[in-house]
Design a protein around this ligand. Structure first.
Ligand SMILES: [Zn+2]
Length: 255
């Protein structure tokens, strides 16, 4: 049963990951998700079913379109694989519970926001705003409960808004955008205020580590190019899984 469930969720993750790729490509370009069917983004030829099999097609085609030979980004199979691994891992953590479905939905949103922020430096409202509403609604029925979710959304968004404002006043450049504020509000709505604090700490910490690393390696210019939403996405996924243990470990120093 266990192995079968893991295999099933892995395959489901591959298929969902393939759909997430469509979202990642089309949402920033304001294209419809439903129409047209998958096509080569270079020569616009519609893909046959066997060119659309997650990971397998990309590997067999060696990352090139069959007709125009233009390169197909390696991001596609990577997104499919990561989604599949996270889906299978989700079963190991939550089992067949309603919370599994909630957390997988949240995971999908984080993957899409991660890649879009990395590629386009935006966190589209069409994901974050419905995400806040959906997170609050689902949290009313499932953990962390409506109160923790409401505080998480308001405090998470509010805190980041203040940080963004302060950064702008001090540095005179926009370090964080409103997209980051709405994304953290969405994370708060799904995970509750406690895990939102963990998310923000993990994102800031990993952001500084990588920022310092880039400066040390002489790529100072890259620092400004690191979008905070990508760190928030990773931070939120880590917090969702081991945030409670991290929090009690951290608080144990103060008791
Ligand atoms: Zn082509």
């Amino acid at each position: 049963m266990g192995a079968l469930s893991v295999a099933f969720l892995f395959l489901l993750g591959l298929l969902v990951g393939s759909f997430l790729n469509v979202c990642i490509y089309r949402i920033p370009r304001r294209e419809s998700l439903a129409w047209p069917a998958s096509h080569c983004t270079s020569c616009h030829r519609a893909l046959s079913w066997y060119e659309n099999v997650p990971v397998v097609s990309w590997t067999l085609l060696r990352g090139r379109c069959r007709t125009c030979r233009s390169a197909i980004s390696m991001v596609y199979p990577i997104v499919e694989l990561i989604t599949a691994v996270l889906f299978a891992g989700g079963y190991a953590i939550y089992g067949w519970t309603p919370l599994l479905a909630v957390r997988l939905l949240f995971t999908c949103a984080m993957i899409v926001l991660f890649v879009i922020d990395l590629q386009h430096r935006i966190l589209p409202n069409v994901i974050t705003l419905p995400g806040i509403v959906l997170g609050l609604a689902l949290s009313a029925a499932f953990p962390p409960g409506w109160l923790a979710a409401a505080i998480g959304a308001i405090a998470g968004g509010g805190a980041l808004y203040l940080i963004a404002e302060a950064y702008y006043r001090v540095r005179g450049v926009e370090g964080l955008g409103m997209g980051d504020v709405k994304m953290l509000a969405m994370i708060g709505a799904f995970l509750g205020w406690q895990l939102t604090i963990v998310t923000l700490m993990l994102a800031s910490f990993s952001g500084s580590i990588i920022g310092v690393g880039l400066m040390a390696s002489g790529r100072r210019g890259m620092q400004a190019a690191l979008p905070f939403g990508t760190f928030l996405a990773v931070g939120a996924l880590v917090a969702a899984v081991c945030g409670d243990s991290l929090l009690s470990w951290y608080l144990s120093f103060y008791s």
